[in-house]
Each structure stands twice: as C-alpha cells, then as structure tokens.
Design a protein around this ligand. Structure first.
Ligand SMILES: Nc1ncnc2c1ncn2[C@@H]1O[C@H](COP(=O)(O)OP(=O)(O)OP(=O)(O)O)[C@@H](O)[C@H]1O
Length: 592
C-alpha cells in the first residue's frame, strides 16, 4: 500500500489543547453575534422573527441529537417545547415565581417526561416508536387544551415574565442568541465524545454497538432525554420572548414543523438544523406576497420543501459537506503508533469459555440443542458444521444477541448466561459478524476507537482521546490498514472491511474473540492474508473461537474442533482426529 507524501496527514495522538481554547474562534464569533443582537436596532417584526428562529433552533438541535445522531424518531418535540413554555408561562404569572426557576423547572419536566417516555418506549423501534411519540404529543396537547384550571385552555397564558436582567425585547433576544450559541457548541461537539460516538454507533448498527460494549438502550434513552430537555429549554425561552402562549403553538403540526426544519437543513448537524429552522421561518415570510392568491402560497411552500428534501436527502448542510468529507477521508495517514499489544485478562482457569447444555429453540426448531463447548485458554478453537447446523445461532447466544432457551455460558470464570451483549463485551467477549457490521457513517479509525472504548479494556489507560486513538491506530496497523485510518468505510473493499471489523474487536483487547466466518467472501490472496493475521493474533496468546467453512483454514489454524449438525454436537476434540471422524465426514459428504 503506497503512502504518497503529498497526500499524507498525521493522526494527532499527542494530547490536544483544551477544547475551549481550541474553539476560542467560535466563542469570539458567538460573542460578536450576541453583541449585534443586543445592539442592532431591529423593528418589532424582525425581532419577532429572530426570536422565533432562535428559540425554535434550540428545539431543533434536540432533534439533531435524537434523530441525527442516534437515529431515533421523535414526533413529540412540540410537546417538550410546550413543557418549557408552560412552566415559564404559568410559573411567572400564576405563581409569581422567578423566571430562572421556571426555566429550570421546564427543562427538568421535559427531561423527566422525555426519559420516562424513552424508558417505556425505546425498546420499540421504527414505526412503533413514531406512533408512541405521536400519541404522547396528542395527549399533551389535549391536556393543554382541557386542563383549563392549570393552562387556561385555548385562551392561553399571557403577560409571561422575563428575567429582570433582560426585560427589553432586544436584550432578551441577545440572551436567547447566547443560549443558542452555547447549546449549538455542545451539540456540535457531542459526536466527538464517548456518548456521541455511542449514539452514532447505535444509529449505524445496533447489534454491532451492543457487542462492542455499548449499552444500546441507555444510549437511546440519553439521546431522547437530551432532545427533550433542549425542547423544554427552547420552549421556556420562547414563552419569555413572546409573553403569550396557547396550545396551538405546541400541537402535532408544530412537531412536524420541527422535524421538517431538521430534515431540510440536515439532521446530522446543528448547523443544518439552524439553516433549516431559519429557512422554514423565512420562506413563509418571503412568500407572503403570494397570499393574495388562495392556495398558491402553500403550494409553492410545500413544493420547495419537497424538492429540497428530494434532491438533498441529507439536507442542505449534508449536501454542502458531503464533498468535503470525501476529500478529507481520502487523505492517508502517517502511522507512528506503537505495535498492538493483546493482553487478555485472566480470572478463570484453564478454560476461557465453558458452555454446558446450551439450547436455542425458535418455536419448534431446535437450532442449537444441548451443546457443550470448552475453549482452552490461548488456543484457536473451531466450530464447524454444514449449512444450517446452528453455528451462527450458537455465537449469537454466546454474545447475548439471543437468549438461551436453556444451558449455561461461563466466560473466564464469570457466568454470563443472562447478561446483555454490552455486559458480555465488558466481561471480555469480542466478536465479528458473518455479514459485516461496521458503523458505515464513520471512518475506519472511528469504528476501531469504539472497540477500544470497551468498558473493562485496561490497555487504554484512563480512556482519554489520545490513548483511544493510539490504541485504534495500533489495531488498524496490525491488520495492515493504518495508513487508511481516516477513510470512510464505504471506500474499503469487502476484504478490508472484514479486517476493520477484526481490528475493532482486537482494539477492545478481548479475553475471547469470536470470529463468524471471517473468510467468507474473500479471494484466495485475502484468505492467505487472513490466515497470517490469525497466526499473529494467536501468537500473542489471544483465545479465538472461529466458525468457517474453509477447511484448509480451519485445519491449519485450529488445534481443537467442535462439530455441529442439526443443532447437536456430533464431534469434539483434536483437529485432525475430528476431521477424520466418520460422523463428520458423513455430515459433510452425506451417506449412501
Ligand atoms: N432468528 C431466527 N428465527 C428462526 N430460525 C432461525 C433464526 N436464526 C436461525 N434460524 C434457523 O436456525 C437454524 C440454524 O441456523 P444458523 O444460521 O445458526 O446455521 P449456521 O450453521 O450458522 O449456517 P451457515 O453455515 O449457513 O451460516 C437454521 O435452520 C436457521 O434457519
């Protein structure tokens, strides 16, 4: 692999400057905008538009987190917006409470509501989640309309207070802009944090996220709660800005407006969210002159939104940044990382994995039936069998993707039988998939960093960015792809994607590595390279349990083989003896 000097950039694995210092230009720019908002003489009309755009954008940032980063639909953002707005509205009027207290209370209420909704629904996905959030939105709207004693019903709440520091509309706008800048900064940098990476991993591939140590459910709940709290904050600021609120401002239609804003600008980025919000507030104003012809305004408005979404599926900002991302990811990396160390933890005895009486039934089908497997520490153990014999199902049960119907799985002395995938990963189980499961929106390096972040990985020190990057680069270099660390997954061949998946598992420093048909789809040269790689992994003492149909690979790499047929174990023992076993020969070749 060539690394031409003009196209090489070094991955920074030295300790970077503090984030706030690195982004001083952002804060200086934000301070200038806040100053302009405070000092420019806007008329009331412009002021209202800016106030609406600013407070809406904060709520749309919430969608950028839950939908853009984590891939979870939320069609109730207007309801969370309403929580914040009504907390400030009712609190400052009926109860004469401090604005700040009410704003915080609104955010907390939205946070709690979002977390409860998330906890109770996020095990559902796709359409079901959408339906539940719509129902929640409708219930909140009904309460706003009908709980007249509290919300004043359709009449709404008026004379809402502002903090004494920002009594004038102009100064209040400047305060809202400052909040927008602060929230924008947090949302912008969230993807680079551990939580942000976990959200992106969940969005790209939930199964792979789980087996790499990410608590998928908790990550989704966090994303949902962050989205809700930003909705609440936007709503609280909105109420202070307009001094009047009513239920129609927080209806399902408004949730759709928030969603459209985020999709239009580009849901994956807060910049896109801000662009979408600005456009969707400004387009109706620009088209106002068409209102004399009934229906024309709405038709043109709808058509422009459809056209933008149709031709820019990643939104306007996604369209603008796609070319830049491709250019950036084509740069090669000068790799200076230390060689990869694999130092699996040892808490158990001679056997790393002890499986007893393992069964997995799908209805009447016994995909795995009373299987025993013992994997010796430091060796390569193969699990083979004809198509449909239950190998992948066994691996899925071992890694927690399926619950066992019966049986026991002990990993390095710990009973992991009922643990979810992320806890098994934390206990030292790494795996790859038969159908490659990488995080496709990320670079090779980001994929492998997620592996390195595995809870319980002692080889990444305190787990700071520099240590994680170094570990990930070492793993990528180990599989021969270090110089291409910054490339997006889509630019790698199928064989190289397999290697990245192995690098991701190795970066986690597992105690036991499960490889599900790593040679599938590889050409003969790639198979030879894979074989060499397996030898280098085994030479470091890492225990491997491998499934493969390539008998040359299996017989040369594995010292021990277990054979399944129709879900049952039909042979187990030293490789050569097992491969010559008459039952194994007849299972593969059939009997006359
Ligand atoms: N989620 C599922 N629901 C129902 N049946 C399943 C499920 N997963 C696997 N099976 C069935 O369980 C049996 C074992 O499948 P499995 O994929 O484990 O076999 P395998 O040995 O890995 O096969 P291959 O070598 O072709 O990958 C098959 O009959 C399969 O159709």
């Amino acid at each position: 692999m060539s690394t031409s000097s003009e196209n090489i950039e070094a991955v920074v694995i030295t300790r970077p400057k503090p984030l706030l210092l690195r982004h001083a230009p952002y804060f200086i720019g934000a301070a200038i905008v806040v100053f302009l908002a405070a000092s420019a003489q806007f008329d009331g009309y412009i002021l209202n538009i800016l106030m609406q755009a600013t407070t809406f954008a904060i709520a749309v940032f919430g969608l950028s987190v839950v939908l853009g980063l984590c891939g979870q639909i939320n069609l109730a953002q207007a309801a969370f917006f309403g929580f914040g707005a009504y907390a400030v509205g009712i609190g400052t009027t009926d109860y004469q409470l401090s604005y700040w207290l009410c704003l915080v209370a609104g955010c907390v209420m939205a946070l709690v509501a979002g977390a409860i909704l998330g906890l109770s629904t996020l095990r559902l996905g796709g359409h079901y989640l959408a339906m539940v959030t719509i129902s929640f939105q409708q219930i909140v709207t009904l309460v706003m309309i009908n709980a007249i004693w509290l919300t004043k019903g359709p009449d709404g709440v008026s004379k809402i207070g502002r903090p004494s520091l920002f009594l004038s509309s102009q100064s209040y706008l400047a305060f809202c802009v400052a909040m927008l800048a602060l929230v924008g900064y947090i949302v912008w940098h969230l993807p680079e944090t551990r939580l942000g990476r976990a959200m992106r991993a969940v969005r790209d591939n939930e199964l792979a996220a789980g087996v790499n140590g990410i608590d998928v459910f908790r990550t989704k709940v966090y994303a949902f709660a962050i989205s809700a709290v930003l909705g609440g904050l936007g709503g609280g600021l909105f109420a202070g800005g307009f001094a009047y609120i009513s239920p129609d401002q927080f209806s399902f239609a408004e949730s759709i407006v928030f969603l459209t804003m985020s999709l239009l600008g580009g849901v994956a980025s807060p910049i896109g969210s801000a662009i979408g919000t600005g456009l969707l507030i400004l387009i109706p104003e620009w088209l106002r002159f068409l209102k004399s012809v009934p229906g024309l305004y709405l038709a043109i408005y709808g058509l422009s939104v459809i056209l933008i979404i149709r031709f820019m599926p990643d939104g306007i900002w996604g369209f603008v940044t796609a070319a830049y991302d491709r250019m950036r990811s084509s740069k090669k990396v000068a790799v200076t990382s230390a060689p990869l160390q694999l130092r699996p933890a040892t808490t158990g005895g001679e056997m790393v994995l002890e499986v007893t009486g393992l069964s997995k039934h799908f209805g009447g089908l016994k995909a795995v039936d009373q299987v025993d497997i013992s994997v010796r520490r430091g060796g390569v153990h193969a699990l083979i069998g004809p198509n449909g014999s239950g190998k992948t199902t066994t691996l899925n049960v071992l890694s927690g993707l399926y619950n066992a119907t019966s049986g026991k799985v002990v990993l390095d002395g710990t009973d992991v039988t009922t643990m979810p995938p992320h806890l098994r990963a934390a206990a030292g189980l790494g795996r790859t998939f038969q159908n490659i499961r990488l995080f496709r929106s990320m670079t090779a390096l980001e994929n492998v960093i997620i592996g390195a972040e595995r809870p319980g990985n002692t080889l990444t020190g305190k787990g700071d960015e520099a240590a994680l990057t170094e570990r990930a680069l070492a793993a990528l270099t180990f599989v021969g792809l270090g110089p291409r660390a910054m490339e997006l997954i889509s630019s790698f061949s199928y064989g190289h994607q397999r290697l990245i998946e192995i690098a991701r598992a190795l970066a986690a420093n597992p105690t036991l590595l499960l490889l599900d048909e790593p040679a599938a789809g590889l050409n003969s040269t790639e198979k030879l390279e894979l074989h060499e790689l397996l030898k280098r992994i085994a030479a470091q003492g890492l225990t491997i349990l491998i499934i493969d149909h390539d008998m040359t690979l299996v017989s040369e790499a594995a010292q021990h083989i277990t054979v399944l047929n129709f879900g049952r174990r039909i042979a187990d023992g030293e490789s050569m003896a097992v491969l010559r076993h008459p039952d194994v020969v007849s299972a593969y070749l059939g009997t006359d």
